[in-house]
Design a binder for this molecule. Structure first.
Ligand code: AMP
Length: 152
């Protein structure tokens, strides 16, 4: 087992978050690593057409989403029994948020689910796929039961 010191668990609060979290905890315990839980609040105004549609969206709404995400991450640490884990909220695209957190928190392993809230029945969800393509460090992808298994 490689000597991972800081493991990043990326969660989108889909129903599988507890399952993915349990795997991350097993890994962290096996190598004595610290856990960092991350949620990325998707920046709704980052694309021009959404900016027009959402022009009335106030900055308060974004603040509210960040605050809500922080509370949900803290609740997840309680559920998973890892109340000493660090909780981080980023704003932007999930891929950019994960890569930023990797750098800022000196992470050496990323744990993601094979599929999240938006997952279609492909082999991998688009967030998991983009993180795998761009990550400078190892990525552990938790296979979710019954999702995206290739047929012979
Ligand atoms: P997806 O590829 O979007 O189906 O999601 C796959 C996995 O990427 C999820 O199970 C999470 O581990 C991670 N993920 C997706 N969206 C986010 C997000 N907004 N913040 C943090 N992690 C995310």
């Amino acid at each position: 087992m490689p000597d991972f010191k800081r493991i990043l668990l990326a969660v989108d609060f889909s129903r599988d978050s507890d399952f993915i979290g349990a795997r991350a905890i097993e890994l962290a315990q096996a190598c004595g690593a610290r856990l960092v839980l991350l949620h990325v609040v998707v920046d709704l105004k980052s694309q021009w057409y959404k900016r027009i549609l959402l022009s009335s969206l106030s900055d308060d709404v974004e603040e509210q989403l960040i605050d809500d995400a922080r509370k949900r991450l803290e609740a997840l640490t309680q559920n998973l029994g890892v109340s000493d884990a660090t909780c981080v909220v980023e704003v932007g695209s999930p891929k950019a948020g994960v890569l930023k957190a990797v750098e800022e928190h000196d992470i050496d392993l990323i744990v993601v689910g094979s599929h999240g809230v938006g997952g279609v029945d492909a082999m991998l969800g688009s967030t998991a796929d983009s993180i795998l393509h761009r990550s400078p460090i190892d990525v552990f992808v938790v296979r979710l039961p019954g999702r995206g298994v290739a047929q012979e």
